[in-house]
Structure formats: C-alpha cells, structure tokens
Design a protein around this ligand. Structure first.
Ligand code: NDP
Length: 241
C-alpha cells in the first residue's frame, strides 16, 4: 500500500506543490486547509487529492482532523507541517492578536499536529515529519518578530523531536525556503519586491513552490532514513546558514 502523507495548508502555494509532488512520487495524499473552500475545491478538481478543513492552531481540531484522515486513507506515515501565515508589523506597533495569531498558526500548530501523529509513528517504527520553516527564522527580518520567533522555534522543535524519535525510525527535518513566488510573497508591494527583495537573491529570481516540493520528496523518502534533525536551506543563495 502507498504510504499516507498529510500536508497542512496543502491547497495553495508551497503546500499545493508539495501535495502534487508527493502524489507523483506514489503517496496517498491528504491536504488540510483553513477555510478557503473555493481554492480547496479547485485544488481537488485539478489534482484529485482530497481536502480536509480544520484550523491547525486548534489542538482538538487537529486531533479530530487526523482521525478523519486516518479513517479515510490509513495511518499517517508522512506529515508535512506547512500551514503558515504572516501578520507583519514592527514590534512597537504589533498587537497581541498579530503576535499570538502567528505563533499559534505557525508554531503551536506544529506541536498540535506532531503530538497527534507521533505515537502512531513510534508504534509502527516508521515516520517522516518535515516542517516548512523559513529563511527569516534563520536570519531574522525586521517587521516580523512574530514570524521569525515562530520559524526559529520550529527549527529547535525539529532538532529535539528528531533526537527523541531517531531510534524509532521516525525522522524529523525542517526546510528553510527563501522567497518563493506564492500569494504570500506576491502580496508584497511590487516596488519592495523589485527594489529590496530580488537584489538580495544571488540567483536573481524568486524560488518556485516546486523547488521546495522537491526537497520534501527527498526528505520523506524511505531511503532518507539517515537524515534527521537537519535544516535544509533552499533560498537561491540569499543566506548561507
Ligand atoms: P499560502 O498563503 O500560499 O498558503 C497557505 C496555506 O496554509 C493555505 O492552504 C491555507 O489555507 C493554509 N492555512 C493558513 N492558516 C491555516 C490554519 N490556521 N489552519 C490550516 N491551514 C491554514 O502560503 P505559502 O505557500 O506562501 O507558505 C507555506 C509555508 O511556507 C508557510 O509556513 C510559510 O511560512 C512558509 N514559507 C513561505 C515562503 C514564501 O516565500 N512563500 C518563504 C519561507 C517560508 P486556506 O487556503 O484555507 O487559507
């Protein structure tokens, strides 16, 4: 039987590319999303991949969502923590809603998801967990204390969980993309993108979601069992951590 892979935030952007690449690599894929039903329906129509709606910042919702995916497809052997948001602002102007919104959706979600799959992975002596962190979790970025804290937290979480589960055949890794041409990035003002972002990227362009998807497929492969606790950087040379 094909292994079951669950991708949070799998209906748009990087997550959608990850879902498609995993399907092409032979996995049974489930895509979670938050609430954009139109995008989810279009995604399923295009790919045939089933979608499951729940809020990853809610522990009980993750538990119930994972149970539903498991019932429909089988136990989750590959988890990709991809769902994420930005709520940018300088700290001296940041509201508690901006702070907690980003920490809950980007970081606490990783606990919510991993806590609800890890016991099953340990029992079956196989699991692959990949979390999509960010270049900004490695280097910091003004206007993003909330996002950078969450993304750096994901890297620390990954290393600790990798140590806890290495002996059980479960690998845990993080990917740090640079600027990728998704809605999240294209929402930036065009002049900021052209004058301040692109000149910082040595390859001279934004990354493509498919370039991050390739990294995920590599890390979750059965043959990648010796790679755990790693941070795979894919940023066009912008930051060499
Ligand atoms: P998009 O905004 O294009 O897509 C986000 C996806 O996450 C959507 O499917 C969305 O669902 C889902 N989502 C958002 N909030 C929740 C939630 N609370 N519960 C469940 N699903 C949720 O994002 P990107 O593809 O740009 O980013 C994906 C990941 O990659 C994020 O973690 C981001 O931080 C990271 N990243 C992105 C970079 C980039 O340049 N784009 C660079 C570095 C890291 P819905 O459609 O229902 O809203």
């Amino acid at each position: 039987m094909a292994r079951v892979a669950l991708v949070t935030g799998g209906t748009r952007g990087i997550g959608a590319a990850v879902c498609k690449a995993l399907k092409a690599a032979g996995y049974q894929v489930a895509a979670n999303y938050a609430g954009n039903a139109e995008a989810a329906a279009a995604f399923t129509q295009e790919t045939g991949i089933p979608t499951f709606k729940w809020d990853v910042s809610d522990f009980e919702a993750c538990k119930a969502g994972i149970a539903e995916v498991t019932e429909k497809l089988g136990p989750i052997e590959v988890l990709v923590n991809n769902a994420g948001i930005t709520r940018d602002g300088m700290l001296h102007k940041m509201s508690p809603e901006q702070w907690y919104g980003v920490i809950n959706t980007n970081l606490n979600s990783v606990f919510n998801m991993c806590r609800n799959v890890i016991e099953g992975m340990r029992e079956r002596s196989f699991g692959r967990i990949v979390t999509i962190s960010s270049i900004n979790g490695q280097k910091g970025q003004m206007g993003q204390t909330n996002y950078c804290a969450a993304k750096a937290g994901e890297i620390g979480f990954t290393k600790a969980l990798a140590q806890e589960n290495a002996i059980k055949g479960v690998t845990v890794n993080a990917i740090c993309p640079g600027y990728i041409g998704t809605e999240m990035v294209r929402a930036m003002p065009q002049d900021v993108l052209e004058k301040r972002v692109l000149p910082l990227i040595p390859v001279g362009r934004l990354g493509e979601p498919e370039e991050i998807a390739r990294c995920v497929v590599f890390l979750v492969a059965d043959e990648s069992g010796f790679i755990t606790g790693s941070t795979l950087t894919a940023n066009g040379g912008q930051y060499m951590a």
